[in-house]
Design a protein around this ligand. Structure first.
Ligand code: FPP
Length: 252
């Protein structure tokens, strides 16, 4: 439940692009992987904040489909970091009631990593306090493509008619289909773009950007984001008066 000091309208689902690890390290004349390690600590800050403020779902963009193209040393370092973080954090996440899931092309990761992912998901499957989704080897275009392919398979198998394909049929095949779409998107690091994150799911999400680099993330920055969110008028394509009359849980 939200703490007493929580703002009135906390997002139910927060989606985050964690950008700026590399620059954080470069400013300190350290290797980029040091920035990613500091970024892993900021992940804990973000999870703590969600648990304290009653945010029920958090989706983090940890590694994009395009990130495989980074220098081999950085990709290798990130893989080690993911593996260590999974080994180290899963007990504590489970104890705190966090359900962990991964979205993306899992088969591109090495067997030790996919085993850890599977184990973390199985171990935390019954938890309900926070839905933590890690987007890894993920791209919004990949997500739309896999949903389209899944529908096409059913059409080819005679289980579905093309005329039955509508937005809700598509939504049901997208990743995160069981969660409300993100209410708030945060990107650190100063760039103001979505970078192939949840292209379908972010259709009506409020966007919030900060110059702060991801490893600098603190509760005060997150607090500013949700205070700003609480002041926004979400209209979902309707007039202001219509939107004000909508039930609070309506999303699209
Ligand atoms: C973007 O910063 C960040 C990444 C590509 C990796 C994100 C990884 C973490 C935060 C570490 C661990 C995560 C988990 C879930 C355990 P960048 O390198 O593009 O920064 P730059 O724009 O300054 O170069």
């Amino acid at each position: 439940m939200p703490s007493d000091s929580a703002p009135a309208h906390v997002p139910r689902h927060l989606a985050v692009i964690m950008d700026g690890n590399g620059r954080w390290a470069e400013r300190r004349r350290r290797p980029r992987i040091i920035g990613h390690r500091a970024g892993a600590r900021a992940v804990n800050t973000c999870i703590d904040f969600c648990l304290q403020h009653g945010i029920r779902a958090l989706t983090l963009f940890a590694f994009s489909s395009e990130n495989w193209g980074r220098p081999e040393e950085e990709v290798g370092g990130l893989m080690k970091l993911f593996l260590n973080a999974l080994e180290r954090e899963v007990d504590e996440l489970d104890r705190r009631g966090v359900r962990v899931r991964f979205i993306g092309e899992r088969e591109r990761f090495s067997a030790p990593i996919t085993r850890q992912m599977d184990a973390a998901e199985a171990r935390t499957a019954g938890n309900t306090r926070l839905d933590l989704t890690i987007a890894a080897s993920y791209g919004g275009r990949w997500d739309i493509t896999q949903a389209a392919r899944s529908l096409a398979r059913d059409v080819a198998a005679g289980k579905l008619r093309p005329e039955d394909i509508d937005e809700s049929a598509m939504s049901a095949r997208m990743t995160l289909a069981d969660l409300p779409p993100p209410d708030l998107f945060i990107r650190t690091g100063g760039d103001t773009r979505i970078s192939n994150f949840l292209l379908w799911q972010l259709a009506y999400t409020e966007l919030w950007f900060t110059e702060a680099l991801w490893p600098e993330l603190d509760a005060a920055t997150l607090r500013r984001a949700i205070d700003d969110f609480a002041r926004r008028e979400r209209r979902f394509g309707l007039t202001g008066a219509q939107a004000a009359a909508m039930p609070k849980e309506t999303h699209e």
